[in-house]
Design a protein around this ligand. Structure first.
Ligand code: GSH
Length: 225
């Protein structure tokens, strides 16, 4: 059992990093019977992420973070670090990840996409660059970011999806303008297909729904859906 710290201030969809972690947790739940986690709501409205108790969990005072109660209440912050931690300790059969020793090249590919997403300055930047990266990969019929041939669904896709899709769905008008892209669906059909492919997974839907929408927090949100 884990505690995963997320904010309730999400309107229809998870925030980027929180979404990646929730999706990964839901995917682990689907694959490994007995795996479970507990959601702990941290209120942005009350600035709870800056309170001393939470800074013990995440010294950066941001979401998401997890506390692994299976492993002596070990705390992990930063989206990508959480995903790697969960993969290392709980995706023991590498169903959502790649073996860093026996499948080192594919693991490196997944790592590259993960750092690429987090090395940018946020969803806007990630989205703009993704538009180039994914279609290039798709020239060889690629369906997922890492793995041989068509690729295999993994933490790389889980990590990247909310970031790109958040920009696509929640900030459509602004992000397109800022990224200089007017016709996303026509100009980037492979990115759209990748988003659709990932979004179609039940665990992705489940993860995006964690935590349940808070209507009060969403009332004045410009992109509430
Ligand atoms: N690099 C961090 C970014 C975390 C982050 O910016 N979280 C936002 C929500 S998506 C947050 O907690 N904002 C509240 C704050 O900064 O006080 C990660 O990937 O975990």
């Amino acid at each position: 059992m884990y505690d995963v710290f997320v904010s309730k201030k999400k309107c229809g969809r998870s925030l980027a990093g929180t979404g990646s972690v929730s999706i990964f947790l839901e995917e682990l739940k689907a694959v490994y019977p007995g795996f479970n986690y507990e959601v702990r709501i941290v209120s942005f409205r009350n600035n709870e992420q800056k309170e001393p108790w939470y800074l013990e969990v995440n010294p950066n005072g941001r979401l998401p973070a997890i506390t692994d109660t299976n492993r002596g209440d070990f705390n992990v912050f930063e989206t990508a670090a959480i995903i790697f931690y969960l993969a290392q300790h709980y995706d023991t059969e590498h169903k959502l990840s790649f073996d860093p020793v026996n499948d080192a090249d594919t693991f490196s590919e997944a790592l590259q996409w993960t750092f690429f997403i987090h090395g940018g300055i946020g969803p806007m930047q990630a989205q703009a660059h993704h538009f180039n990266g994914v279609p290039t990969s798709n020239e060889a019929g690629r369906e997922y970011l890492a793995g041989p041939r068509k690729g295999r669904y993994s933490f790389a896709d889980i990590n990247g999806f909310p970031c790109v899709s958040e920009a696509h769905w929640l900030h459509r008008a602004r992000s397109y303008a800022m990224a200089g892209i007017e016709n996303f669906e026509e100009d980037f059909p492979n990115v759209k297909a990748w988003l659709n492919r990932v979004e179609a997974r039940p665990s992705v839907q489940d993860g995006l729904g964690v935590p349940a929408r808070d209507n009060a927090d969403c009332a004045d949100a410009p992109f509430a859906s």
